[in-house]
Design a protein around this ligand. Structure first.
Ligand code: GLN
Length: 530
């Protein structure tokens, strides 16, 4: 029987609940249990694919083509395992399926209501995903904060599930902020007391409390939390600020959380083997030499917009014992002339031309790319980044004035990047891009082939446009060669021949990078800068 651990959040969002959930999943998995981490997003969108990074941070893409919340990325990285689109549940998905069932007549005769129809659907989904993935334990993070209107049906379902499955099979963990009053140096527990009260009002008494704070919780603070929340002191844990998020599982484990949780679930405790994880964390923390990485994109003020790329860079840099130092370049500012291109050209650094959509900022990226290519610096173009590399080369090396992507200029005389044929017929925009894991066959003798060390590779995709096959001959004659094609014949990897590292990919290699298994392209990119 599947056991379920629910993780709720209190006081405020963006506390690191996703990292806490990923860390707990990591510990349970390393204790020998199969874990299915699930993220619940209480918004009405069916998935994160239709939201922009300002609203929601990065859209993470799974092998099976799900456009999910970025927490799924944390889970994959902490578990070292690929998940499915079904690991992300939204209010939109729940209501859509209940309404479709109602139309089919599955509830004939009934008044369809939040309780029990919506809550049943929520419980069914959680248990189905866990069953599908043969999980011993589902670790379910309920997005948002206790007290939000949107999350109520999910909390209600969580409450009911203990009644359905029994006391030993369901555990509630509450992660809440314990703010530090800087003027008195005191940790304040009142906000946490209130969020627990709110949970109890809904009918959920937490079994475990994790206090998110700048510093560790003291014994007296734990005693106070215990008294007001009815949770025994040995079930209260600290989640203080740390140098790297990858330290959090070790921190939880050192406080005894793994054993307490496993035993609370009525399972046999086996000491988890954390040695490789410890080595990785030690290496991150002791990397003192730095490597400069310029990130050229359009949502640079919201760092979570490019979360997986940042993490992939960290994984690769750590492998070489160096620490990445990110410099963010806002392409829209370059475009408007507010940032001088030469001021961001740094011969010691590497550059990532970030993924993106739409016209804004594109000319800024093209401007930067020209300088980078002319100076032969290390450049990695990801998705839109590759497409703009092709546009820049078409304009400045092939001599096709006003060459462009039809996404940016539909009337360009030279559509060097154009919409995929299969995309032209599609009218619905949600979940209809070319998505998920795709096969590419690499050409022997290219840098990309050398990097992967094999002919057939799989990376994840999320795009509607591609480098137009009609222009490949001209681009290749200018030195920008195709190093790998997708099965459908699209250029999935391109590189400047003879350059140290001037390379673009239509894929998103960042999504598959794991701490203990960095992505090959990122490793080679870092190596080329060093
Ligand atoms: N906008 C481009 C496309 O749809 C690139 C997308 C991306 O960078 N993920 O093809």
């Amino acid at each position: 029987m599947t056991k379920v651990v629910f993780i709720t959040g209190g006081v405020m969002s963006s506390l690191g609940k996703g990292v806490a959930t990923a860390s707990i999943s990591n510990l349970l998995s390393r204790s020998g249990y199969t874990v299915s981490p699930i993220k619940i997003d209480p918004y009405i969108n069916i998935d994160a694919g239709t939201m922009n990074p300002y609203a929601h941070g990065e859209v993470f893409v799974t092998d099976d083509g799900g456009e999910t919340d970025l927490d799924i990325g944390h889970y994959e990285r902490f578990l070292g395992k690929n998940l499915s689109r079904y690991n992300n549940i939204t209010t939109g998905q729940i209501y859509l399926s209940v309404i479709q069932k109602e139309r089919k007549g599955e509830y004939l005769g009934d008044t369809v209501q939040i309780i029990p129809h919506i809550t049943n659907e929520i419980k069914r989904r959680i248990l189905d995903v866990a069953k599908e993935q043969n999980a011993d334990i589902a670790v379910v993070e309920i997005g948002g904060t206790v007290g939000d209107i949107e999350s109520l049906p999910f909390l209600e379902a969580a409450r009911q599930l203990r009644l359905d499955l029994g006391f030993l099979n369901v555990v509630y963990i509450h992660v809440a902020l314990v703010p530090l009053n800087r003027s008195t140096g005191e940790l304040k527990t009142k906000p946490l007391q209130h969020s627990v009260q709110e949970l109890r009002r809904i009918g959920i008494q937490p079994d475990i409390i994790i206090g998110r704070s700048e510093v560790e919780l003291t014994e007296s603070i734990k005693n106070k939390i215990s008294l007001f929340t009815n949770v025994s002191v040995d079930m209260i844990f600290s989640d203080p600020d740390v140098q790297t998020i990858y330290e959090v599982p070790l921190l939880f484990h050192s406080q005894g959380l793994t054993r307490k949780l496993v035993e609370r679930l009525g399972l046999r405790y086996r000491e988890p083997d954390l040695s490789d994880w410890e080595r990785f964390v030690h290496k991150i923390k002791s990397s003192d030499r730095s490597v400069k990485i310029y990130m050229v994109g359009k949502y640079t003020s919201v760092r979570d917009s490019y979360l997986s790329i940042v993490e992939a860079v960290k994984h690769a840099a750590t492998e070489f014992g160096v620490r990445p130092e990110f410099r963010w370049v806002e392409a829209t500012e370059v475009e408007k002339g507010k940032i001088d291109v030469e001021s961001v050209i740094d011969s010691d650094a590497g550059y990532i031309i970030l993924p993106g959509f739409g016209k804004r900022g594109a000319e800024g990226k093209i401007k930067v790319l020209r300088y980078l290519r002319e100076n032969r610096l290390s450049v990695l173009g990801i998705c839109f980044g590759l497409q703009l590399m092709a546009v820049e080369i078409a304009r400045n090396m092939v001599g096709l004035d006003r060459a462009n992507s039809t996404e940016i200029d539909p009337n360009t005389p030279y559509p060097v990047v154009d919409m995929l044929e299969e995309q032209k017929k599609i009218k619905m925009l949600g979940g209809t891009m070319r998505l998920g894991s795709r096969r590419a066959v690499l050409k022997k003798g290219t840098l990309v082939y050398k990097i992967y060390g094999k002919e057939v590779v799989y990376e994840r995709h999320r795009h509607r446009y591609e480098v137009n096959p009609k222009y490949i001959d001209r681009l290749e004659n200018a030195g920008f060669i195709v190093s790998g094609y997708s099965d459908e014949g699209f250029p999935d990897f391109m590189e400047m021949k003879g350059y140290r590292f001037y390379l673009g990919t239509q894929a998103h290699p960042e999504f598959k990078s794991k701490p203990l298994e960095p992505a090959p392209l990122f490793l080679a990119f870092i190596e080329s800068i060093l």
